[in-house]
Design a protein around this ligand. Structure first.
Ligand SMILES: Nc1nc2c(c(=O)[nH]1)N[C@H]1C(S)=C(S)[C@@H](COP(=O)(O)OP(=O)(O)OC[C@H]3O[C@@H](n4cnc5c(=O)[nH]c(N)nc54)[C@H](O)[C@@H]3O)O[C@H]1N2
Ligand SMILES: Nc1nc2c(c(=O)[nH]1)N[C@H]1C(S)=C(S)[C@@H](COP(=O)(O)OP(=O)(O)OC[C@H]3O[C@@H](n4cnc5c(=O)[nH]c(N)nc54)[C@H](O)[C@@H]3O)O[C@H]1N2
Ligand code: SF4
Ligand SMILES: [Mo]
Length: 701
């Protein structure tokens, strides 16, 4: 059979929760279906490269199991019994239940719950308009960026860094705690260019030999939760060997003398004992960055998903400040550009109606919230109604048993707006079908790069699915707030208004023509050569953990989080992790899989086939001791739950360390319990967050 020829190429941006935010060229076939997706070659960050899972997007848009009709539960919660209902009936039912919750307990009993399944500013953030207009409970977003952003911000005082494209001009690219090959492929595009054109060395620091580490010239496989010790030893060597940039230190940092004294005892031998690296490895790394002014530290999220993760980020980013790498093009550090875009979302978010006396509930602690934990509820009313958009908490949130128990509560009404029957949708009272990004207008900005990119509607959605924007607008009408600021506009109008108030006078139309806007600050600003983001302009080796107004600081009502008093004054190894003990001899990390994006793509055939099935990586020595063979089904567990899955014996993990790559759907596991049955929701110090890669477990064959 002949394949239909592509008739048109549409332009868009990848909407998924990935730092890369790739600019896309999309094949639109003669029958209106989607063909291949490709990276835009003219975009100098995307540079023509995207990941395979999004290249295969047609599998997702035209998936046989895509949700197409609103479904109301018929049997018990989670029983799988559904009946189709019309959109008007569905929206009326939601409004009725929300009003009933409000009458019984006040508006805070309603909790709109959303995250970044789409990163589009209109479709993702519009739900806040409804929240604020109605005084529904707020959401403290703690699941992803908290420890990383906190650690960066307490040092630099701003969320920006060396131009992500400068990686290509570096002589040493340090990829620290991010599995970039899997999670943000463009980092590798630019790193490979540096290697090819300049002979740059690539250093990878991770806890297992993942796809990124396989590309490394220097591969540093350390024990989970020990990165700050490595960072301290690197800085110790800099002071010891005279590779510290003392002129830079005195001009740009707060207390270099105090740091040097503190690091006296943080020798490579000390760090080797903590990290499990050899002193030779540590010395070789220190020597490499000591002789390489253009050393670029690309700091990821993964190594901060430990209970000492904010400390680890701050310690790692202190390294280029000691060596003075920041001075040089192709040197310095980067984590997120979230500060640079300057888009004023007030209208989309309904900021005018925001009431600071309304309580916030912690996204990661949804299990505790829904099961009535007084502290998690801030001593307020129970949550009895929820609208869930762009997230799959029954799968992705920690303390999964508690999350499911909470979602199944009889008194709670849950509506899930989704593209697929996810683990969360399965437990809902009402499921309503959502559009996909090629079917609606939106605008995107890439935290891991430097562009604002438009994603205009390219194809018509199936007739019976609706945008997030539509649902928010229709509910506003039924709930009596449609006259509040920000309502009654189209996606396109909201985007146009936002661009214009944000200093982009060309608005929607200009962006449609130009496709993206490059917001990268100039070299000196990006490298903090005009000063770091504090009043004295100095990088802080001595962070003010409690006082820093980091962008992800919890709202006042929640206060500081976790064991914040135990955070070290200078970069240091902090013993805050869930260390193994005789009853739980293994450390488990739950790292992302290459073919999935969080829980998304766990339904597409191409991704499923390439990933195989849920597996537990076990070191050969551990396997021998436990009597395991490849494929042996084991149970791993801790105080939070138990999970059953098959073993894969591999030297890519260290002895005593287990890695599971996900997120597979809960229903893909033998007992229907997903990996997050094992992860904890106890907040990480000082500003909260979930330590997904920091779990102690036992293992039973
Ligand atoms: N393919 C794919 N891409 C994704 C995602 C996905 O699920 N799949 N998720 C997206 C999202 S939401 C985000 S936030 C980003 C996250 O992307 P990353 O910044 O890459 O963070 P993680 O994927 O959490 O973890 C990265 C690596 O950190 C390792 N790690 C765990 N603990 C430690 C430690 O203590 N020290 C060190 N050095 N390394 C450690 C993990 O094993 C993993 O290999 O990726 C996005 N992109
Ligand atoms: N064990 C473990 N758990 C983790 C992590 C880990 O590393 N390990 N990573 C954590 C991290 S970093 C994050 S960010 C969270 C992410 O967790 P989630 O936010 O739940 O992640 P996603 O799977 O990206 O998106 C959720 C859903 O959004 C839906 N969606 C996409 N676009 C739209 C839309 O336009 N409208 C509507 N209504 N729905 C849409 C998708 O179909 C998908 O089911 O997971 C966390 N959970
Ligand atoms: S998931 Fe990430 S790497 Fe893949 S296309 Fe989207 S933005 Fe690019
Ligand atoms: Mo994330």
């Amino acid at each position: 059979m002949n394949k239909p020829l592509p008739i048109a190429i549409g332009h868009s941006a990848c909407p998924h929760d990935c730092p890369s935010t790739c600019a896309l060229d999309v094949e639109i076939l003669p029958d209106g279906r989607i063909g291949r997706l490709r990276g835009a070659a003219e975009n100098d960050y995307t540079a023509g490269v995207i990941c395979a899972k999004v290249a295969r997007y047609a599998e997702r848009v035209h998936h046989a199991n895509r949700l197409l009709k609103p479904l109301q539960r018929t049997g018990e919660k989670g029983s799988g019994g559904w009946r189709e209902i019309g959109w008007d009936d569905a929206l009326d039912l939601i409004a009725e239940k929300f009003l009933a919750a409000e009458v019984a307990y006040g508006p805070e009993a309603v909790w709109p719950y959303q995250y970044a399944g789409t990163m589009g500013l209109v479709q993702r953030d519009g739900i806040h308009r409804l929240r604020h207009a109605k005084r529904y409970s707020g959401q403290f977003d703690s699941i992803c960026t908290n420890m990383a952003w906190t650690g960066w911000f307490v040092g630099a005082g701003a969320m920006r860094g060396a131009d992500p494209r400068e990686i290509a001009k570096s002589d040493c690219v340090v990829i620290w705690g991010t599995n970039a090959v899997a999670t943000q492929v463009n980092v590798m595009t630019h790193a490979a260019k540096a290697r090819k054109e300049r002979g740059a060395k690539i250093v990878v620091i991770d806890i297992y030999d993942n796809a990124t580490m396989k590309q490394a010239d220097l591969a540093l496989k350390l024990r989970p939760g020990t990165d700050a010790a490595l960072a301290c030893a690197l800085m110790h060597v800099a002071f010891r060997d005279g590779t510290a940039d003392r002129d830079y230190l005195s001009r740009y940092t707060d207390d270099p003398a105090g740091l040097e004294a503190h690091l006296q005892s943080r020798t490579p031998e000390w760090a080797a004992g903590i990290t499990g690296l050899s002193t030779d490895e540590i010395e070789a790394f220190a020597a490499l960055i000591g002789r390489t002014p253009r050393s670029y530290f690309r700091l990821g999220y993964g190594f901060t998903r430990q209970r000492n993760g904010a400390v680890a980020m701050h310690a790692a980013m202190s390294v280029p400040a000691v060596f003075g790498h920041w001075r040089h093009k192709g040197g310095g550090a980067f984590h997120s550009n979230s500060d640079i875009f300057g888009l004023d979302k007030s209208e989309i978010m309904g900021a005018a109606d925001r009431d600071s006396s309304v309580r916030y509930l912690d996204q990661s602690r949804i299990g505790a919230v829904l099961t009535g934990d007084r502290a998690a509820l801030s001593d307020g009313p129970p949550v009895t109604a929820m609208l869930v958009q762009n997230t799959n908490p029954a799968n992705v949130c920690p303390e999964q048993r508690l999350v499911k128990q909470g979602l199944m509560r009889d008194e709670l009404f849950v509506v899930v707006h989704e593209q697929f029957m996810t683990d969360t949708a399965k437990l809902a009272d009402l499921v309503i079908p959502a559009t996909m990004f090629l079917e609606h207008d939106d605008i995107y900005r890439g935290g891991g790069q430097n562009h604002i990119t438009l994603g205009p509607k390219l194809v018509d959605p199936p007739a019976t699915v609706r945008t997030n924007h539509f649902v928010v607008e229709e509910l506003a009408k039924r709930l009596g707030v449609a006259d509040r600021p920000g309502f009654g506009l189209s996606e396109r109008q909201l985007i146009d208004n936002m661009l214009k108030v944000s200093g982009e006078p060309g608005g929607f139309d200009a962006l449609k023509t130009g496709r993206w806007i490059d917001k990268q600050p100039d070299f000196e600003t990006a490298h903090f050569l005009k000063g770091f983001g504090w009043p004295d302009g100095k990088f802080r080796f001595k962070p003010d953990w409690a006082g820093s107004m980091a962008p992800n600081r919890p709202p006042e009502s929640l206060g500081l989080q976790g064991p914040h008093r135990d955070l070290p004054g200078f970069p240091d190894h902090a013993e805050l992790i869930e260390a193994a003990d005789p009853a739980h001899p293994y450390r488990l990390a739950t790292s992302p899989a290459r073919q999935f994006l969080n829980s998304t793509f766990a339904e597409t055939p191409g991704s499923r086939q390439r990933e195989g099935g849920p597996e537990l990586m076990v070191h050969p020595a551990d396997a021998a001791r436990e009597g395991l063979a490849d494929g042996t089904v084991v149970t791993i567990g801790n105080q939070r739950g138990e999970v059953r899955l098959a073993v894969k014996i591999t030297g890519t993990v260290k002895p005593g360390v287990l890695v599971h790559e996900g997120l597979w759907a809960n229903s893909d596991f033998l007992d229907g319990e997903g990996i997050n049955a094992l992860t904890g929701a106890d907040p990480v110090a000082p500003f909260g967050g979930a330590a997904f890669h920091d779990n102690r477990v036992w293992l039973r064959a």
